[in-house]
Design a protein around this ligand. Structure first.
Ligand code: HEM
Length: 507
């Protein structure tokens, strides 16, 4: 760092202290802000609370400061909401006011400053993108068109694991098979394509770039430049890597998938009898001038981040819990055997006849919520919440995990107990009919992918349990289910080996 830069930095820091104190004095007089720890100039509460504001740490702060509290993270306001009535207020009653998304320096790069759908502010662009994406991705017709493909992909996982002789004794990293399956499930919908094997070079490139994109966006490493704008120059290297990953990745989507599909469409007359894949619909919207080519690419980007890993993490968590709770696994297998009979492999329509399977899925999404703080919301303008002033452009986190794991609201929430969804919580659904349970959010910005995610979870978990006895690896009596969180994601830390003992084929 040269001296001139250091001098500028110090002058800048001093100026920021003066401005921060002045602003907080003015604000303090005028605004009634939510409670929270006392901030210090420049850093706010950042040094007190640290970077890793995961759902558990935020639940602990909620127990201290209440159902709504404010953290000053450098220059940014972070409001955390932790009760069902306040979740209702943010997501439903004031859904428009709090329906935007915060972006930051890194998300701005990956979304072209909100040209996508998931991370864009609430308004005309979001409405248009969500409308354009609904028919190709988020309707029951899509489920009907693609569930045979999902069943084939789950069958391919079962076959590959059966063929791996070590799986029954030493174990297999199921995640690797399931990851290929999830890519295939989504690439079938998007482009009518699948990858033959885990070694497919295109699949490997895609997986590596998506992995890099997630790592860079979910990391806490860039917080300092986001919280304290004057430190942003130090992020130059990080942001350069983000730009490179973004450009290479979008180019891959364009060259290997979009252009291929366009070529195919030009040589084959487009079929209007329902055989179009999602991208054909999206390209039609582009041809009509509703969206531009960048928007098309960001739709592909959004599906890659929103659909694949979230569903994969949930399947991994379900398997982890079933391995660690053999009695629950047995009970689920018994239901599958009893309802479907020997030899019949579960299909999408069957899932509705299997209440215990549904309860296992709900319980997994409750205890191990893939997006425990939802995707952060934001108010574009000054707003009011529970009588407090919420300054414009505050980041609003709804601690959905705590809503679903608060011991004041749930019976022994720390236990993995699917029976709760057949007993005391039998009316609670995953679609947000109860503000204590919002694994997919609710309201305007809720997850439209729920319609695909639930059947995929049912088919995959069902087939694995029908075909294998799933056990911890030799020498271990439990799987390690330590969690790893990011800016707003939650997954299992270790992708464990799982022993998959095939059951007799007639089952
Ligand atoms: C188990 C799997 C999944 C979980 C737990 C999940 C969860 C969520 C959550 C919590 C949100 C944010 C809600 C909010 O901010 O209020 C969200 C948003 C979103 N999800 Fe999912 N999701 C899953 C699967 C999928 C799939 C399969 C797709 C697409 C095929 C998808 C597409 C989206 C999109 C596009 C949004 C952004 C909606 C918007 O901002 O308007 N998700 N998801």
């Amino acid at each position: 760092m040269d001296l001139l830069f250091l001098e500028k930095l110090l002058v800048g820091l001093f100026a920021s202290v003066v401005v921060a104190i002045a602003v907080s004095k003015i604000r303090g007089r005028k605004l009634r802000l939510p409670p929270g720890p006392l901030p210090v100039p420049i850093f706010g509460n950042w040094l007190q609370v640290g970077d890793d504001l995961n759902h558990r740490n935020l639940a602990a702060l909620a127990r201290k400061f209440g159902e709504i509290f404010l953290l000053r993270m450098g220059q940014r306001n972070l409001v955390v909401v932790s009760s069902p009535p306040l979740a209702r207020e943010v997501l439903h009653t004031q859904g428009v006011e709090f329906g935007s998304r915060t972006r930051n320096v890194v998300f701005d790069i990956f979304t072209g400053k909100g040209q996508d759908m998931v991370f864009t502010v609430y308004g005309d662009h979001w409405r248009k993108m969500r409308r354009i994406m609904t028919v190709p991705f988020f309707t029951n017709k899509v489920v009907q068109q693609y569930h045979p493909g999902w069943e084939a992909e789950a069958a391919a996982v079962v076959e590959a694991v059966r063929a791996d002789t070590k799986a029954a004794t030493e174990g297999v990293v199921l995640r690797r098979h399931l990851q290929l399956m999830m890519y295939n499930n989504m690439y079938r919908i998007m482009f009518d394509r699948r990858f033959e094997s885990m070694d497919d070079p295109l699949f490997l490139r895609l997986r590596a770039l998506n992995g890099e994109r997630s790592r860079l966006a979910q990391s806490f490493e860039y917080n300092y430049g986001d919280f304290i704008p004057i430190l942003r120059p130090f992020l130059r290297g990080y942001l350069k890597t983000c730009k490179e990953v973004k450009e290479t990745r979008l180019k891959l989507f364009k060259d290997f998938f979009l252009e291929e599909r366009k070529k195919l469409a030009s040589t084959r007359p487009m079929d209007s009898s329902g055989l179009k894949c999602a991208i054909d619909h999206i390209l039609e919207a582009q041809q009509k001038g509703e969206i531009n080519e960048d928007n098309v690419l960001y739709i592909v980007e959004n599906i890659n981040v929103a659909a694949i890993e979230t569903t994969l993490w949930s399947i991994e968590w379900a398997i982890g819990e079933l391995v660690n709770h053999p009695e629950i696994q047995r009970k689920l297998r018994h239901e599958l055997d009893e309802v479907l009979g020997p030899g019949h492999q579960i299909t999408e329509p069957d899932a509705h006849k299997l209440p215990y399977l549904q309860a296992v899925i709900k319980e997994t999404l409750r205890l191990r919520m893939a997006i425990p703080l939802l995707v952060p919301h934001m108010n574009l303008h000054d707003a009011k919440l529970s009588g407090y002033d919420i300054p414009a452009e505050s980041k609003i986190l709804v601690n959905a995990w705590y809503l679903a794991n608060n011991p004041d609201q749930w019976k022994r929430p720390e236990e993995f107990r699917p029976e709760r969804f057949l007993e005391e919580e039998k009316h609670v659904e995953a679609n947000g009919n109860d503000f204590r349970y919002l694994p997919f959010g609710v309201g305007r910005r809720s997850c439209p992918g729920i319609i695909l995610a639930l059947p995929i979870l049912g088919i995959t978990i069902g087939r694995l349990v029908q075909n294998f006895e799933l056990l911890p690896p030799p020498g271990q009596d439990k799987l390690d289910t330590a969690e790893k969180g990011g800016q707003f994601s939650l997954h299992i830390l270790k992708h464990s080996n799982i022993v998959a003992k095939p059951r007799a084929l007639e089952h």
